[in-house]
Design a protein around this ligand. Structure first.
Ligand code: SF4
Length: 292
């Protein structure tokens, strides 16, 4: 179900930066369909049905943004686009909300942070480039599995991991930073050295600035149960080990995390790419994602 609405406000402030304190979500819900999606909770609270199918479209997002930014025009705080949705999910091809949003940000010279799993972002390359000439723009793509077959299982409507990195690389040298959010790393499935090594090598070749890796966190019992079923079905050889790791906890244990750290650290040194992202506004209380 697609429901078009007229939003009252579109910029929301959080208590802590993640890594940015303000966000704007042109949609509610997301058809990318990631099996580990943290944002699913946002539909539970407001009784909106299926997060992956029932999508709310804020058709007046640009008009609201124009009014809100005019009021806050002296406050040049960075705004994250897509905290609980992907602004470049497939429906954006039809609604074309992002070009209008980018023009408003350019009008007020407001810095932004875009995180996506879609190479559709390249459609707006010129607009993002123009905005980056007057305000800081950080671009990130998130990748949980570098292996494209596994990525299709966990993130069915996302661009392939290679396409995401290729798209990201086009912004290298144009935007303030380009980052890979290598998260969530899925234990026993996407945490092998070979996959990480290929991702780091490609990122080095394409001049990506930062990679931050973080393991899977299964926030609620509902998400956990769904995840267990997927692992049993598609990865039966590691299902027992995987379920053991999460059955009494939402995150992997210290031993697992230390091993993951060692692999990532060795690749950071090998390729000289680190988790070196620095928040634009240093005074913000930044929720640190890195493990090291
Ligand atoms: S792209 Fe982001 S918001 Fe969309 S389903 Fe995946 S994790 Fe959730």
């Amino acid at each position: 179900m697609i429901k078009e609405i007229q939003a009252k406000t579109v910029i929301h402030k959080h208590n802590k930066a993640f890594p940015v304190m303000y966000d704007l979500n042109p949609y509610r819900g997301c058809t990318v369909g990631c099996k580990y999606c943290f944002a699913q909770y946002s539909h539970y609270y407001v009784d909106l049905g299926n997060f992956f199918k029932d999508i709310i479209v804020k058709t007046n997002v640009d008009k609201c943004l124009d009014i809100e930014l005019y009021k806050k025009r002296k406050n040049k705080q960075q705004i994250k686009i897509g905290g609980v949705t992907d602004a470049y999910q497939p429906i954006e091809k039809k609604y074309l909300l992002m070009p209008k949003i980018l023009k408003i940000f350019k009008k007020y010279r407001i810095p932004i942070f875009i995180s996506t799993k879609s190479d559709l972002i390249l459609r707006d390359f010129e607009l993002i480039k123009q905005l980056s000439e007057v305000a800081a723009v950080d671009i990130a793509v998130s990748i949980s599995c570098f292996d494209k077959k596994n990525a299709k299982i966990f993130e069915p409507a996302a661009s392939t991991p290679k396409k995401r990195i290729e798209a990201l690389s086009k912004f290298s040298g144009i935007c303030r930073s380009t980052s890979i959010l290598n998260m969530p790393v899925i234990p026993y499935i996407s945490d092998n050295y070979k996959e990480f090594d290929e991702m780091f090598a490609m990122s080095k070749e394409l001049k990506i600035d930062n990679i931050v890796s973080y393991p899977l966190h299964l926030r609620s019992q509902k998400v956990k149960n769904n995840f267990f079923s997927i692992v049993r079905k598609h990865f039966p050889k590691v299902a027992t080990q995987f379920i053991e790791l999460y059955k009494n906890s939402s995150s992997p244990n210290i031993e697992y995390i230390s091993n993951l750290n060692e692999i990532i650290y060795s690749l950071q040194k090998k390729y000289d790419i680190y988790d070196s992202y620095t928040p634009l506004h240093k005074k913000q209380e930044f929720v640190q994602l890195k493990l090291f």
